[in-house]
Design a protein around this ligand. Structure first.
Ligand code: ADP
Ligand code: MG
Length: 213
């Protein structure tokens, strides 16, 4: 089972990864955007970490909805509302349970990713974060073992954006000149899913309470 501590660990690991990779994300965004993706997410995840410490949520669902709200209110770029929607809708789909199964998280994440596609009007192949998120949620099963496969699928999806021409977001203004660069949002999505896989590898808390099954 995945408990509240697991979800906090996931977002804390994601925040650390964003911090570590912020320069790279901004560099990718300077090639086909406006060079703010790393700083946007760094600010957003710092707000998430601060909020989780200030008012520790009691359930997995509220960890994600709180984080989503922080991203929406603190990130100015397109990615704030999109990632905020991902986490809020995933959190809402988890309901009020104190613990959820990997299968329930997989279903909830599929709902969250569908909400991102609807909000942004994008689909896989448009060279956006969905090119990492959709293969990731497709790889998730009812076992926590699938988190590692989802991380691999997300990373491969991000790399596969290189030859694509952007059809959504700022990068689409470049037309064919967007070809040959990896999408920043797909790259940060791969970090988010990698953090999920890492969270499942690291049990915390009392040894009697398994955090991932
Ligand atoms: P902005 O483009 O406003 O500067 P960011 O630089 O933070 O915002 O984020 C850019 C990323 O957001 C892109 O690399 C892409 O992955 C994602 N993105 C932009 N528009 C959309 C959209 N309509 N649907 C899904 N993802 C999008
Ligand atoms: Mg940008």
């Amino acid at each position: 089972m995945l408990d509240t501590a697991f979800f906090r660990r996931w977002l804390t690991l994601a925040a650390a990864a964003v911090d570590r990779e912020a320069d790279r994300l901004t560099e990718l965004d300077s090639a086909i955007g406006d060079a703010d993706h790393g700083s946007n997410l760094k600010r957003g995840f710092a707000a998430v970490t601060a909020a989780l410490e200030k008012e520790p949520p009691a359930t997995p669902g509220t960890v994600l909805t709180l984080a989503g709200r922080q991203l929406i209110s603190s990130v100015g770029g397109a990615s704030g509302p999109l990632y905020g929607t991902l986490l809020r809708r995933t959190g809402k789909a988890l309901g009020e349970a104190a613990e959820v199964t990997p299968g329930e998280l997989a279903e909830a994440l599929r709902t969250g990713v569908a909400a991102v596609a609807q909000l942004g009007g994008a689909a896989a192949g448009d060279k956006t974060m969905l090119d990492a998120l959709e293969p990731a949620v497709a790889a998730l099963t009812d076992s926590a073992d699938s988190f590692a496969a989802a991380a691999t699928a997300a990373e491969e999806g991000a790399v596969a954006t290189v030859p694509l021409q952007a059809r959504k977001g700022r990068a689409s203004y470049l037309g064919e000149r967007s070809i040959g660069h990896q999408d920043p949002g797909a790259t940060s999505s791969a970090l988010l899913i990698a953090a999920l896989a890492r969270a499942a590898e690291q049990p915390t808390g009392p040894a009697t309470e398994g955090t991932a099954s």
